[in-house]
Write a protein that binds this ligand. Structure first.
Ligand SMILES: [Zn+2]
Length: 382
């Protein structure tokens, strides 16, 4: 009885190693191992990936995964594994009240590698009917520090949502307090800002290296990362130079294609491509899943290598799992995904009626998670 999986003849793209070439991949005992024909001959499973794209298992860095805990939570494995995604991050669905259950039930119960940002509001985003309480007087610093200490590997940082729809009249107060707590916890802060009451510089100038601006291409209201001339503002460029992370999190209403185009034209691509997928948007035309977002950015002219980097090596490092996931380097987890780059016209639309015409769609064929075939389409190799 042989061991392992041999993925043959695929076009392997691995931004972590700067590789884009035809190569064979061997996975054994749950890990990528150096390829040798002898060892490959002993593999129990052989996948012919000729004409296909072989990527590290993809990472969705901004999703809502508190399945059966919140209104928005998708079933993580069902959202991820059939789409070549083998790791995902929850962006603040739960606060301290639900974090322990999230770690036990969601992280502990799924095959997908999952991490989370804990909402600074104790209840988190339990429902989309109304937002979490953003009053900094309610932030429970002791409870946040305790939960971060209890799950140091699983909790990546803190999450805060700001804007007229979330924190009306509170201005910068929730941000200043959340930054204080995040600093004490030694964690980054991930900030959602839409329909802002204040200029983006007021936020960006307060973020430090490692902090994250999600939905960085949102265009709701009068403020965005662009200045009055439609160029990426100085505050955004200074923040990027300090190591602040710009995550597209191209969810639902939280992006504007016209704004994305201006930012890309101004030499400001996102550091990370993610979805903000929730139960009501997954597998729906308006968002679908990460492969939709990746295909959209291909349509907007981002090179395939950069699109893949923004969903593999870049988020892996932010999950503090660089070299272990998001790469096909020997020694890494045995997570890989096989795709067909489907040619043919495809149109993407945002909520404002802007559209983008593309010619490529990343279509998933098979996913290997921790050395096991977790998904294979029936008409792939049958
Ligand atoms: Zn979100």
């Amino acid at each position: 009885m042989g061991r392992g999986i041999w993925i043959r003849n695929g076009r392997v793209m691995d931004p972590a190693r700067g590789i884009d070439r035809t190569e064979d991949i061997l996975i054994r005992d749950g890990r990528i191992v150096p390829f040798s024909p002898d060892e490959a001959g002993k593999a129990a499973e052989e996948i012919d990936a000729a004409g296909c794209l072989v990527l590290p298992g993809l990472i969705d860095f901004h999703a809502h995964l508190a399945h059966r805990m919140t209104d928005t939570g998708v079933n993580p494995d069902l959202m991820a594994l059939p789409n070549g995604i083998t790791a995902a991050v929850d962006a603040g669905s739960v606060g301290t009240a639900g974090a322990d259950a999230f770690v036990r039930n969601i992280i502990g119960g799924c095959e997908t590698t999952i991490r989370l940002f804990v909402n600074v509001s104790a209840v988190g985003v339990a429902t989309e009917q109304y937002p979490e309480n953003p009053d900094p007087a309610r932030f429970d610093e002791d409870a946040i520090l305790a939960i971060c200490g209890k799950h140091p590997d699983h909790i990546l940082g803190l999450k805060l949502r700001l804007g007229k729809g979330f924190s009306p009249g509170l201005g910068l107060k929730p941000l200043i307090r959340a930054k204080e707590i995040a600093r004490r916890a030694g964690r980054p802060l991930c900030v959602h800002l839409t329909n802002s009451e204040f200029p983006y510089a007021d936020l960006l100038d307060r973020l430090e290296g490692g902090d994250i601006l999600c939905h960085c291409f949102q265009g709701m209201g009068e403020h965005s990362i662009l200045d009055a001339n439609g160029r990426v503002g100085g505050a955004a460029r200074r923040a990027r130079a300090r190591g602040v992370i710009f995550d597209a999190a191209v969810g639902r209403i939280n992006y504007d294609l016209a704004l994305v185009r201006k930012a890309l034209a101004d030499g400001f691509p996102p550091d990370v491509l993610s979805t903000d997928v929730v139960a009501t948007s997954v597998y729906q035309r308006k968002l679908f899943h990460l492969l939709y977002v990746m295909s959209l950015f291909l349509a907007l002219g981002l090179p395939l290598m950069e699109v893949v980097r923004a969903c593999t090596a870049a988020p892996a490092a932010l999950m503090r799992l660089g070299g272990r996931i998001g790469t096909l380097a020997p020694g890494a987890e045995g997570d890989a995904a096989i795709f067909r780059l489907r040619q043919g016209p495809v149109e993407f639309r945002d909520q404002y009626g802007h559209s983008a015409a593309g010619n490529l769609l990343l279509a998933p064929l098979a996913t290997v998670k921790a050395g096991r075939t977790a998904y294979k389409r029936i008409d792939f190799e049958f």
